[in-house]
Design a protein around this ligand. Sequence first.
Ligand SMILES: [Zn+2]
Ligand SMILES: [Zn+2]
Length: 274
Amino acid sequence: MRYVVDHDLHIHTKQSPCSSDPLQTPARIVRYAEENGFSTVCLADHFWDELVPTCSNWYEKCDFACICESLGYTPPVDNGVKLLFGCETDIDKHFQLGVSRQRMELFDFIVIPTTHMHMTGLTVDATDSAPERRAELYVKRLDALLSMDLPFEKVGIAHLTCPLLSNVETHLDVLDMVSDGVFRELFARAARLKTGIELNFELSCYQGEDIERVLRPYRIAKEEGCLFYFGSDAHHEDVLLRSKENFEAIVTALDLREEEKFRVPAKADSLFNK
Ligand SMILES: [Zn+2]
Ligand SMILES: [Zn+2]
């Protein structure tokens, strides 16, 4: 059975400084779910836990109180949409995760990117800019995440092919430097951990042979038995309006099957359902 696109687990609200869009509210996101027939949507605002020391001020406005503002919203109970309370955290250049163990408990879902390598000072040093070095760090950061002791059943590995791993011009070159064998080993571990692999890229941005270059890691992940979820990473309405079509195009390109879907485990005491 073809993979049914029924969720979006990576959406930012106005609480993320890079959104700051007054229209990007939990209510708008629930309406987005209703309009697209989604049964699950997850707020994943940027978060660095103030209980975890940081070497940089990138996340100074993204503490727990800030992302909890969204919990002031009461979701409707009879619309068939489950609204999840999540976050998008980070891994710094010392391979430290930005969520403390005690806060981890509170989230329904935790989005962890390994590719936020635009945050000089936090995730990389200024000297780490060469594509070869980015490829080396790409592998090291993913390896570090997969080696952590985490509740992987509610963790998603975000946007593994996004331009932030280098830049728009060279990100595919960096991905090309990671061999099939290395991807295979990493994704076999991700599959064993039952963590989610996020599908979060605009397929229509790629043309010609670049389409296969961006799909290669996901094809290998699929062969290794990984589970996949979709994330629009919307910061504004424009992305909400075009995400379903993009998700369906990715399902077709990867021939995704329903049994390859990552599902967030139900959490009885979700902060949104109190
Ligand atoms: Zn991100
Ligand atoms: Zn994001």
